[in-house]
Design a binder for this molecule. Sequence first.
Ligand code: DAH
Length: 392
Amino acid sequence: MAYTVPKLTDYSTAALDRATRDLLSALEEESAAVRTEPEYEALRIRWRARKDGIVTQVNDLWLKTAPRQAKRNVGQKVNEVILSRVDAVLQERHDHVKNLGILEKARAAGLDAELDAARCAVELAESIDITLPGVRRPIGAEHPIIRTSNEIVSVFQKLGYSVADGPIVETDYYNFEALNFPPNHPARDTQDTLFIANQQSKPQRERLLLRTHTSPVQIRTMEKMRPPIRIVIPGQVHRNDPPDASHSPMFHQIEGLAVDTNITFGDLKGTLDHAMKELFGSSVKTSFRPSFFPFTEPSAELYVTCFVCGGSGKRGTEPCRPCKQTGWMEVLGCGMVDPNVFEFVKDNGYDPKKVSGFAFGMGVDRLALLKYGVDDLQLFFQGDVRFLQQFS
Ligand code: DAH
């Protein structure tokens, strides 16, 4: 039977307590049954409607009619206990109903993360139901680009290379000048640079920019460490390229540098050939083709046999798109460190007459795209959990 507010005839404290207890237990019972917004609305109106809601009735039937000497006592009960308790229970229940709504929506949309959050809130609000499945807390996973980068780095770590890093906001000096790109040299134009604003009053070499490659860390490391060195440098770089399926203004590179006495082009070839076999499988072949970079001389581009079609240029009867049917894919730039570069760090033991070295640099993002068969680079950077979850 639905609760109705009784008339009070006995205004003793004991009678008042009993009436209050009955009222509150009716409230608890009714509120526990509410699960939807319309049900909640009905509950709120029943208890809190100004005209004829239960709280109003209590005022009318208990407080207004109370004899003068009992008024204070009854007033206190009505305000402090009933009013505040009714409002608190209603508020709590409304929050709970909202969470149930989110849970329902998330379930309908198949959104796991939201589902877990809502389920968590609902579970907290309800007494423990041991038949419910446990709350799954999704744990993070390595981003596919970082994973690819780590895999490449670890190939070189096994060869005794250490890992170095440097700033993403870099000076013109490290990004260009000390890498043998003189001011106004056309090779600068191959790396469409994002400059930091309001630097014109500084000398050119001190002006700040977003590094366009990881190569400046070669110089920074040689300034700090004397030869021999063997380092790899993973990191973010930026160029003024509009985002599309294969370009992004922010992307990732891994740089390598080995300097010692008597390092030859043979060492470069052997090292990179080994690394490619580790990364892509022992059957890949490598091909070094002449190229130009200001900081290496001679310079080369390294191609590997396409790891999608195995070098045939075809996938079944279809043309292989990743290698444009050539059977070869370009993976990195490399070369012997130009003596002009050593001149900038000569004082730290890099006398170009005594030491020689090789360097290489590769783009990680494109390798990750090919490795995971993803057709749009932007997917890596949009932070959509449904995409990223596939790699966890
Ligand atoms: N920094 C070059 C780029 O971003 C890549 C590169 C080429 C790095 C040759 C090297 C190298 O260390 O030797 O285009």
